[in-house]
Design a protein around this ligand. Structure first.
Ligand SMILES: Nc1nc2c(ncn2[C@@H]2O[C@H](COP(=O)(O)OP(=O)(O)OP(=O)(O)O)[C@@H](O)[C@H]2O)c(=O)[nH]1
Ligand SMILES: [Mg+2]
Length: 448
């Protein structure tokens, strides 16, 4: 059994976690309600996400209090430089699920400043973080990967998250580092987010194995479609948005956690999906978005998963050339149905000339909780250059005026050169996507 350690950083990362973990428990047939007594169905896969002391049987847990008695703990590291978000874990039903020594908090936050997260907190917390990482890794027999969640727009998730990512590379270089990062979308609530995004993207390009960017605008649109009454009040709660992200993450990791006739594990995914160093940004979409829609026909499921409106990032992967793709099917799905999807994909997509057979399929028999079947589509498409282009434009709007630059220059360790390096790194990734297929010309944007 292979294990995955999750690392949630900052407010967004930890709030995604508080939606993710109840779903993980549900997937294992474990209720967070201590009164319900249901049969645990999938406990053999429990050690992937949970440390189970070896003298305790892994089956037969049906409630969170059973896990508490058996001292089962989530393989999760919770980091925030403020206390309140992580502190909520200690008050709710999940309070006994986490090892208290894997909580790392401070009082000051990073004030939406990547530099503070990366340099100030990064330097102060380095030894504590390494100690938690080593201890958590030692509890694994076969550590399969690190899975990180954080936002790109704030200071702690983006800055300290980037720092943790490079610590992982330095200390566990053979273990894959997968990151789900949340882009604020076009109307950011954080003025400095274009800088924070740019600095983080550079670090993600350099140190991550695979990145699954999602954005709050695409996710809000998905959530409003699911509950049209929201049109009256367009504000979508983060818990709804995070629930879409959490389902994507469960789907993504299912192949290395559950048995299946054609499983794609995270290492395979990182290898198959990344044709060139640094071009490891994948779009994701899944269907059905709502629990059990048994009326959905197999063919509709495919059409839906490929539609632009189901993408968790506001880009259409099919508008560009596809470098690689993976269709992960879960639940009641036959091998022939999944192969049919792949054939349809070849017809729909324009694949890069040197990888005409670049679509992989995975099949995991264990369904997402509440779903009979579902499909996750991951693509590495040249359309991702649009994401980098938009990030560059936003970055340059601020940097041309040198607006807010002084906040970063006041941080110990931060050098003005970081701005040029971030700009160049985004340009490079953008260009590399274009060169990877020689299909189109993306205009360069230079700094003044
Ligand atoms: N999807 C989603 N986005 C969130 C959530 N919380 C915050 N965000 C977004 O994340 C960005 C702000 O980042 P935070 O995660 O709050 O910041 P942080 O990492 O805690 O950093 P500092 O507060 O600056 O120390 C904004 O764009 C928010 O819209 C959440 O629970 N879900
Ligand atoms: Mg915060």
């Amino acid at each position: 059994m292979s294990e995955i350690i999750t690392i949630q950083v900052g407010q967004c990362g930890n709030q995604i976690g508080s939606t993710f973990w109840p779903l993980v428990l549900k997937e294992h047939g474990i209720s967070t309600d201590i009164k319900i007594n249901q049969k645990s169905v999938l406990s053999d896969a429990l050690p992937s996400f949970f440390y189970c002391p070896s003298d305790v049987p892994q089956s037969g847990y049906s409630s969170i209090s059973d896990l508490k008695k058996a001292n089962v703990k989530a393989r999760c590291i919770l980091i925030d430089m403020e206390e309140n978000v992580v502190g909520r874990y200690n008050k709710g039903p999940l309070r006994d699920l986490f090892d208290q020594t894997c909580f790392l908090t401070d009082l000051s936050g990073s004030g939406n400043n990547w530099g503070v997260g990366y340099y100030e907190h990064g330097n102060e917390q380095k030894e504590s973080i390494l100690e938690i990482l080593r201890r958590t890794a030692e509890q694994c027999d076969y550590l399969h990967g690190f899975l990180m969640f954080f936002s790109l727009g704030g200071g702690t998730g983006s800055g300290l998250g980037s720092n943790v990512l490079s610590l992982l590379e330095d200390n566990f270089d053979s273990v894959d580092r997968l990151v789900t990062c949340v882009h604020p979308g076009p109307f950011s609530d954080v003025i400095t987010s274009p800088y924070n995004i740019a600095f983080t993207l550079r670090k993600l390009t350099e140190h991550a194995s695979c990145v699954f960017p999602v954005d709050n605008k695409a996710l809000s649109d998905i959530c409003s479609r699911l509950k049209p009454s929201r049109e009256i009040s367009p504000w979508i709660p983060y818990s709804d948005i995070n629930s879409v992200i959490a389902k994507m993450l469960l789907h993504l990791t299912s192949g290395c956690r559950f048995p299946g006739s054609l499983n794609v594990d995270l290492n395979e995914l990182a290898t198959n999906m990344t044709p060139f160093q640094g071009l490891h940004y994948l779009t994701s979409s899944f269907c059905p978005l709502e629990p059990d829609t048994t009326f959905l026909k197999q063919a509709d499921l495919f059409t839906s998963v490929c539609s632009r409106s189901n993408q968790l990032l506001r880009i259409d992967p099919f508008a560009g050339t596809i470098l690689s793709a993976t269709l992960l099917c879960r639940g009641d799905m036959s091998l022939s149905a999944s192969r049919e999807y792949v054939n349809k994909f070849y017809k729909k997509a324009q694949l890069v000339s040197w990888n005409q057979n670049g679509v992989k399929t995975g099949l995991c028999s264990s369904p997402l909780p509440g779903y009979s079947k579902s499909v996750l589509c991951l693509t590495n498409s040249t359309s991702m250059s649009r994401f980098f282009r938009e990030s560059l434009i936003q970055f340059n709007k601020l940097y041309k005026k040198k607006a807010h630059v002084h906040h970063y220059l006041n941080v110990d360790g931060f050098d003005i050169e970081e701005f040029t390096l971030a700009n160049n790194s985004m340009l490079n990734t953008l260009d590399s996507y274009a060169i990877s297929c020689n299909a189109f010309n993306v205009p360069r944007i230079e700094l003044d």
